[in-house]
Design a protein around this ligand. Sequence first.
Ligand SMILES: Nc1ncnc2c1ncn2[C@@H]1O[C@H](COP(=O)(O)OP(=O)(O)OP(=O)(O)O)[C@@H](O)[C@H]1O
Length: 295
Amino acid sequence: MIVFIVNPISGMKRARRVWPILERHLQQKNVLFQRYFTERPGHAVELARRAAREQVETIVAVGGDGTVHEVVNGLYGMDTRLGYIPMGSGNDFARAQSIPWDPVEALERILDGRTAQVDTADFYGTEECQGTVVSTAGIGFDGSVTRWVNQFPIKKYLGKWSYVVGVFRVLWQFQPTEVTLYLDGKEHQFNKAWLVAVANIAFYGGGMKICPSASNDDGLLDICVVDGISKGMLFLRMFPRVFFGTHIGHPAVHTFQARQVRIESRRELDIQIDGESKGKTPIEFAIHPSSLRIG
Ligand SMILES: Nc1ncnc2c1ncn2[C@@H]1O[C@H](COP(=O)(O)OP(=O)(O)OP(=O)(O)O)[C@@H](O)[C@H]1O
């Protein structure tokens, strides 16, 4: 039995439009399945948890990175296989896993029955900020952009472009601050940090290659800190280069790898986890090697 958890609003409602095509394909192939549409934020966690407890073999997230995040947080700790059909506006997890963007091809790949084991990371912040990171977390500038985008209905109309608008908006008022990182216990100090990315995969924000060497099968988290750069330089020099991963090597960019990460900041910084806004610093991450079975 395969359970499909479909977020009907993801990708500017693309998931709702495309689902009937997938349903027909499943019926033609006589696949035994159940489909749930999510009704609210957090609903996919509940649905996935229930299905995993009922020992469903495969749960398929149909939506964007936020839907994958919720489904994984629901099935986490169980031996359930995750499938993913990308329908979001960013689809960074699909990009990293080379999952086809064509929904029927992505479905075929799941039906093939292949399986791979990948890393996830646990995060521990305030009470409401705990769970599992599938892809990438961002603390600081991009956390504020995500919070800003999620506060307004702009994403409904602009999709991925809403983040570009968000970057302009947040850049205007964001002030870098002092950040202390503890990487496997070792302290690193930054005086004017813009952002800290903690990455299990290379991408975030819809294709920005923030940590180009991150891989979710190496048992490590990749960390990228942008520190001590002016607003103008950040926007003109850094931002365009992140799409190609060529920001690495710039003197304001510092990269590390670690198994455990703790982030403290003088001023509270916004956090985004897998593209979802989640509380403020301080926060900790711990890698969980080979903890998720995906198909
Ligand atoms: N019925 C619903 N109504 C409103 N929000 C929902 C509903 N179902 C799920 N959500 C929320 O929708 C949000 C966005 O989902 P998702 O990330 O999958 O799509 P996306 O934003 O289009 O894609 P991406 O993150 O790849 O850009 C998630 O935070 C999820 O909690």
